[in-house]
Design a protein around this ligand. Structure first.
Ligand code: NDX
Length: 256
């Protein structure tokens, strides 16, 4: 029977923070080599169709916490906050695993990155799920706490922006097309990385709602991982399209 080891949560969260810094130092100058930043385009070996790749990569982030939640015995019924928060996490990854991949028109994804991405999703899925189901303690009225309500609001807002922006990106291509165009509409009016902006807002909202070290570590990781990527997308657009909207920022509307 599993129980809470606070030392384990602290260790795994610190390692996640360290990975975030590693990620930042590796990718501040050079983007991760997938999507528009992959150089050797016509090398079909060592890649998987985007659909399979995103499905496999993100599946553990849904499965691991969902199983932890379902299999805990005795089931944790109190407080409501824990289950609700765990369900929010699973809800995002339900979208990312079972919906997003089936509509994506992305290029084939490098196997090597897929492997690391999967490892990451197992790690983070375990950390968030384990903490919420075995360790987190909330007062019974957590659902009315300002941290919970404001965090939840940010989470939902971020998720809305993320899903809407993913949709706008997908509509830039016809099925089978792999070319890049200038994204238009929604938050893309203001930033090149609208989908990333949404995802970052979402995970900071989640961190505030859970008020927990693992969730803040993951929000920080997300920022370090896709923040630089938004910047590289922005530079790519400026370099590729001479008519790229001049007022558009990289990640944060009107700021950066
Ligand atoms: N998966 C998170 N590091 C990552 C995969 C890679 O969910 O070892 C992080 C995630 C992983 C990474 C993951 C973790 C760190 C890893 C890294 C690989 C190496 C690295 C493991 C797990 C590592 C150490 C050593 C430190 C541990 O053809 P295409 O694909 O470009 O098409 C795109 C299309 N598109 C356009 N179409 C037409 N015209 C245009 N102008 C277009 N621009 C884009 O839209 C795609 O089909 C689609 C989206 O593309 P893009 O590039 O905007 O987003 P993408 O990066 O593919 O992310 C997709 C979604 C997005 O909503 C994003 O917010 C979310 O996933 N995401 C992505 C990455 C990480 C993450 C969320 C998170 O940290 N929460």
């Amino acid at each position: 029977n599993m129980q809470c080891f606070p030392g384990l949560v602290l260790a795994l969260s610190s390692l996640l923070g360290a990975l975030a810094l590693l990620q930042l130092s590796l990718h501040l100058r050079e983007p991760s080599r997938y999507g528009k930043h992959e150089e050797r385009l016509c090398r079909p070996r060592g890649r998987l169709p985007a659909r399979c790749a995103w499905f496999l990569q993100e599946l553990p982030s849904f499965l691991v916490p969902a199983l932890l939640l379902a299999l805990r015995s005795p089931p944790r019924l109190e407080p409501l906050g824990c289950r609700l928060l765990c369900c929010l996490f699973c809800w995002h990854y339900f979208y990312r695993t079972f919906i997003y991949p089936f509509f994506t028109r992305g290029r084939p994804f490098p196997l090597q990155l897929l492997f690391f991405g999967m490892l990451f999703c197992i790690y983070n899925g375990f950390l968030q799920g384990y903490y919420l189901i075995y360790c987190a303690e909330y007062p019974n009225d957590w659902c009315t706490d300002i941290r919970f309500t404001s965090g939840l609001l940010l989470f939902l807002l971020g998720m809305g922006i993320n899903i809407h922006s993913d949709l706008l990106l997908r509509q830039l291509r016809k099925p089978g097309e792999v070319t890049y165009k200038i994204p238009q509409g929604g938050l893309f009016t203001y930033v090149s990385g609208a989908n990333y902006f949404g995802e970052i807002v979402e995970w900071f909202g989640f961190a505030i709602a859970t008020w927990s070290l693992p969730a803040f570590a993951f929000a920080f990781f997300t920022l370090c991982c896709i923040g630089p990527r938004a910047y590289h997308h922005h530079r790519y657009y400026l370099k590729t399209f001479t008519d790229y909207p001049k007022s558009r920022k990289a990640l944060i509307p009107f700021v950066f």
